[in-house]
Design a protein. Structure first.
Length: 280
């Protein structure tokens, strides 16, 4: 989307990737996956051309978890740049290393995606210089050789950018006035676990919802404008009619994991999932 707050390079492009997530990552038989798969073992649905054989029917086939994974563009970076277009099938001696590099790169690209969004926000102008410097630093890390990537202390770099994300969040959320006296909101903010909670119509404007659990929660008609939802879990949450405009650090994967309808208002950084269309 041309009006997205996240640059296209921080969006997964499966056409330029060697199906790395389909081979590198493990998953367990559950509501999200129909079978067990070990790390480093290619999914049985992965075809010779690195495309998914059931891509259009993942949810109905029991692979809903695949529809909510987001590499943030790390897959194509590893495939086309870190390994210069060498795929793991034709170069089996590189396979394990490529699979190990992917999750490191994914974390770096996730940071870059959030930094990219923060830099596009008018409210964060006062820290744009710091955000830009951090973005440059992380981008340099992504261009390193595989061995150096594997030796990275990713948690150190996460702590570095997280301080900036907190500052950006406060600057954006400060525009919401008069919500401190919202008793229902204050009650919600006292704990992070809202699994299955009935929160329809709740006013969450400008709330700090970082890492909150809204799994299977009823958020129909909720107002989440300018809320910080970095790391929030919306799996199976009902966002029908909810307003998420201005919501910061919301990813496509978070939206894909939830339920919603055509009345759900989304920011320009994400698109309405196909399964919402079917529901509507």
């Amino acid at each position: 989307m041309s009006n997205s707050l996240i640059e296209e390079r921080y969006r997964g492009d499966c056409e330029k990737c060697f199906g790395l997530c389909c081979a590198a990552l493990p998953f367990a038989k559950s509501a999200d996956f129909a079978v067990n798969k070990d790390a480093g073992t290619p999914c049985t649905n992965l075809q010779a051309d690195y495309r998914c054989g059931i891509h259009r029917d993942l949810r109905n086939k029991g692979f809903r978890g695949c529809t909510v994974y987001d590499c943030f563009g790390a897959g194509q970076q590893v495939s086309q740049y870190t390994y210069s277009g060498k795929d793991w099938r034709q170069n089996p001696h590189l396979a394990k290393e490529m699979f190990d590099v992917l999750p490191v790169m994914q974390q770096l690209y996730e940071m870059l995606a959030y930094l990219s969004e923060a830099l596009q926000l008018e409210d964060t102008k006062s820290i744009h210089e710091q955000l830009f410097k951090a973005k440059q630093d992380i981008e340099q890390l992504t261009n390193q050789e595989p061995q150096l990537l594997l030796e990275l202390d990713v948690s150190k770099h996460r702590a570095y950018v997280n301080d900036l994300f907190i500052q950006a969040s406060r600057l954006v959320r400060s525009k919401v006035k008069g919500n401190k006296e919202n008793n229902k909101l204050n009650k919600v903010l006292k704990r992070r676990d809202h699994i299955g909670a009935r929160l329809s119509g709740i006013d969450l404007r400008g709330a700090d919802l970082r890492g909150f659990l809204f799994i299977a929660a009823d958020l129909r008609g909720a107002d989440l404008r300018y809320a910080d939802v970095i790391g929030a879990d919306f799996r199976d949450a009902d966002l029908s009619g909810a307003n998420l405009n201005g919501c910061i650090f919301l990813t496509q994967a978070q939206v894909n994991s939830a339920a919603g309808d055509k009345q759900t208002s989304l920011p320009p950084s994400v698109e309405m999932p196909e399964h919402w269309n079917r529901k509507a």
